[in-house]
Design a binder for this molecule. Structure first.
Ligand code: PMP
Length: 412
């Protein structure tokens, strides 16, 4: 089990937070953590912002009958406004807090399917979506919806011409991820949204891997609904949001969680105030963190591996991808065997959410990679704490182990 990386210590984190950070850093031992697309450590400044809401301001934000409850409600609305503003929204009421991107995706897809049931029974998405979209679409198909999954090109980008024909004479919803979790490839969401709106479809975007890594603005993307998750951007686990456009024609959603009617009736349950505060702070910090440094380290890692070995290819469009991600195919190598021989490295062979599946990555297969190359691919995702020394050590170890595994006699 890879241990978490050291906390990225912020300039304004206090001494106590730094002590905690170094304790957690010690837990890492010698493991180089290059799996930041699976999850990130909480930034010490985020933890600091959350602490008062775990102890002092602990009242239930729904308890409007007393002052502590109203104070908690005010703080929740403050966090909501920050999240909305960071996404380029215009009203705090556009943000529905959820437990993460999985729940936000469920609410978007099931919520639209219920509210717009009379309009069209078609939903369009793409083959390389995350399980939290694809499995929901499977459920909607079981309920009688017509689901069309558009393919991707060799670079992992949505085929816009196929989208146009999949839309036919209209659809209720188009759901597209902003950036792929395995390859980091960034999708042409704005172009797709134009096409979708021309045919009267609403547009949902799973931006779980985009928010915090690249600029995300709902108007530039032209989307009506957008999912995000705090633990992907140095915030806490267990909190995320669905952004729902309220301007022009407000989007209606059916509810998926029933109960006390919190979050505008869409998501019942006591609101996670510390989580919401943490998400808001994490988004503010990400807005001020330039991506150039991590992109430079990712390129350094990639260059060192490509220079050290033959038979290595980069999976996905190299120009249009997240600055922190590389996905490499090693010819003649089983990536799971490679990972097993690299106990000092935390990386992934596919999505963390589907890592129990024995099949090679469906994302890479959809891009046209032969089975063997898909099974020989490794995702390396860097983060704010990643250093040049770690990158150099990781590249050296990968080159060493791939060469060693390739030199072993083949079992027939
Ligand atoms: N969508 C994408 C693209 C993701 O990468 C993830 C996390 N692996 C999710 C959704 C699910 O997010 P969460 O862990 O917050 O449920």
């Amino acid at each position: 089990m890879p241990r978490p990386p050291p906390l990225p210590s912020g300039t304004d984190a206090d001494a106590d937070a730094d002590v905690e950070a170094s304790k957690i850093g010690d837990e890492m031992g010698d493991v180089i953590y290059l799996d930041y697309n699976a999850t990130t450590p909480c930034d010490a400044r985020v933890v600091e912002a959350m602490l008062p809401f775990l102890t002092g301001v602990f009242a239930n934000p729904t308890s409007r009958g007393h002052r502590p409850g109203r104070a908690a409600a005010d703080e929740l609305e403050r966090a909501r406004a920050v999240v909305d503003r960071q996404l380029g929204g215009r009203a705090a009421s556009e943000v529905v807090f959820t437990s993460g991107a999985t729940e936000a995706n469920n609410l978007a897809l099931l919520g639209v399917a219920e509210a717009y049931v009379g309009r069209s029974r078609r939903i369009v998405s793409q083959v390389t979506e995350h399980a939290s979209v694809l499995v929901v679409l499977g459920e909607l198909a079981r309920r009688g919806w017509q689901v069309a999954l558009v393919g991707v090109d060799r670079g992992g980008r949505l085929r816009l011409d196929e989208l146009a024909s999949a839309l036919g004479d209209g659809a209720a919803l188009v759901s597209l991820m902003l950036a792929n979790n395995e390859t980091g490839v960034v999708q042409p969401v704005a172009d797709a949204a134009l096409l979708a709106h021309e045919r009267g479809a609403l547009v949902h975007c799973d931006a779980a891997q985009g928010v915090g890594k690249i600029p995300v603005a709902v108007d530039e993307l032209g989307v009506d609904l957008l999912s995000l998750s705090a633990h992907k951007l140095y915030g806490p686990k267990g909190i995320g949001a669905l952004w729902v456009r309220r301007r022009r024609s407000a989007i209606r959603l059916g509810r998926t969680v029933f109960g006390g009617g919190q979050e505008g009736g869409l998501r019942s349950g006591t609101p996670n105030l510390p989580g919401a505060v943490g998400l808001a702070r994490a988004m503010e910090l990400a807005a001020g963190a330039p991506a150039g440094e991590v992109a430079g380290l990712r390129d350094r890692l990639e260059t060192a591996i490509l220079a050290g070995l033959d038979g290595v290819t980069v999976n996905g469009d190299r120009e249009r991808r997240l600055p922190n991600t590389t996905n490499l195919a090693f010819a003649g190598i089983e990536a799971n065997a490679l990972l097993a021989s690299l106990p000092d490295l935390a990386a992934a062979t596919g999505s963390a959410c589907t890592s129990s599946q024995p099949e090679p990555s469906q994302v890479l297969r959809a891009m046209g990679l032969p089975r063997e190359l898909a099974a020989g691919s490794l995702r390396l995702s860097l983060g704010r704490p990643t250093t040049a020394a770690e990158v150099d050590r990781a590249a050296g170890r990968i080159v060493e182990e791939v060469a060693r595994l390739r030199a072993l006699p083949k079992r027939l």
